[in-house]
Design a protein around this ligand. Structure first.
Ligand SMILES: *Cc1c(COP(=O)(O)O)cnc(C)c1O
Length: 370
């Protein structure tokens, strides 16, 4: 293919897609080991649970392998029933997704279009601009305050064209979060024809006393959509399963654009069992708390500033463009995440790992910064 053909085909795409930057995932371990020849590398780059899924989940997956020739339950009844019991909502309020990213895309497809806008914060999760621009809608970016979401700025960015607001609580990659009373006041101000997406991918990790229980808000605000995932604390990132809780009318709309079998049968079975293993979540949270303390202490010792985080990750200011530090860490067999694409060129986002992974990564960071 020559350059002319390449440009011609590129120009055939919609303007929104042409303007997109592809999502940059954390480097997979296998790729690092292949490219750098290192062994026993440590990946602290994608906010995965270092414990993996609960042992009960692995049994459930084994039990369903025999049925792989069958299509999954397209309505995800078993998982929805478990979620409805857990959250005290109706089955009709649940939308399942191939990861919560899938749900975010369903929201964009149902409510956004060219000429419509989606508001989100500077430094917010990268999937919001992707799903917005892919559909030809306009990103409406509100400036951050102290790296976190500024609800006043977000309110001010909403105009007549806005149809969706994305709020991550806590946000990735900053780990910043919003207290319940602020969010509740904000909800009361959001126009009724604007879908407010509250992305709670890290909810299980948050310990702050004034972090909201947002579920009761669903009864008061039919334009509220809460999204959650099995990819983080539940340790099932590889299976891809997440969900939205909303009013039945919004769930019905999302269901219309959903692929009929968007969540696979192993993921459905695994998530249903994972939801019931509270002990495993407690272990993951305790490990995260201890690891977060170790990382904060290490940063203090190294004189590095960080953005206080309530998630399972910490974004650290390495005091210089972070790309070279990221590369040097790769050579030490440690994968973290540079977040220049989020407007934070001097920060590295580090996922909290096991005690051994944290020690190894802290030692590597100390070495490459020396
Ligand atoms: C990781 C993450 C998600 C979840 O993605 P999945 O598609 O469920 O794996 C959603 N939102 C935020 C802010 C995240 O960091």
């Amino acid at each position: 293919m020559n350059d002319h053909e390449r440009h011609y085909l590129f120009d055939c795409a919609t303007a929104g897609v042409q303007g997109l930057q592809p999502y940059q995932p954390g480097k997979p371990l296998s790729e690092l080991e292949r490219e750098y020849g290192v062994r026993d590398a440590v990946k602290l780059a994608s906010n995965e649970n270092p414990l993996g899924p609960s042992p009960r989940v692995k049994e459930a997956i084994q039990a369903h392998v025999a049925e792989l020739a069958r299509y999954p339950d397209g309505n995800g009844f078993g998982l929805k029933r478990a979620l409805a019991d857990r959250h005290d909502v109706d089955l009709k309020q649940i939308t399942l997704g191939n990861g919560s990213n899938d749900v975010l895309e369903l929201i964009a497809r149902a409510f956004l279009a060219p000429g419509r806008g989606a508001v989100f914060s500077e430094h917010a999760f990268a999937v919001y601009p992707i799903v917005t621009q892919a559909i030809g809608a306009t990103p409406q970016v509100a400036p951050a305050r102290d790296h976190g979401h500024d609800l006043q700025a977000i309110r001010a960015a909403i105009d007549d064209t806005t149809r969706v607001v994305f709020i991550a609580n806590p946000n990735n990659p900053t780990g910043t979060w919003l207290p319940g009373r602020e969010l509740e006041a904000f909800l009361a101000e959001v126009p009724r024809d604007v879908i407010l997406v509250l992305d709670e991918a890290y909810v299980e990790y948050v310990r702050e006393p004034d972090y909201p229980d947002s579920l009761p808000w669903l009864d008061r605000w039919p334009n509220l959509v809460i999204t959650r995932t099995f990819s983080k604390a539940y340790g099932l990132a590889g299976l891809r399963v997440g969900y939205a809780l909303s009013s039945p009318v919004v769930a019905d709309l999302l269901n219309r654009v959903r692929q009929p079998f968007n969540v696979n049968s192993l993921a459905l079975a695994a998530a249903e069992v994972a939801l019931g293993d509270a002990e495993h979540i407690a272990r993951a949270v305790a490990l995260n708390d201890a690891g977060m303390q170790a990382w904060r202490a290490a940063c203090d010792k190294l004189g590095l500033a960080y953005i206080p985080s309530v998630g399972n990750f910490l974004s650290v200011d390495v005091g210089r463009p972070a790309g070279a530090v990221y590369e040097a860490l790769l050579r030490e067999g440690v994968i973290v995440r540079p977040i220049g694409a989020y407007g934070l060129p001097n920060h590295l986002r580090i996922t909290i790992g096991t005690e051994a992974e944290n020690s190894r990564a802290i030692a590597a960071l100390e070495k490459v910064l020396a």
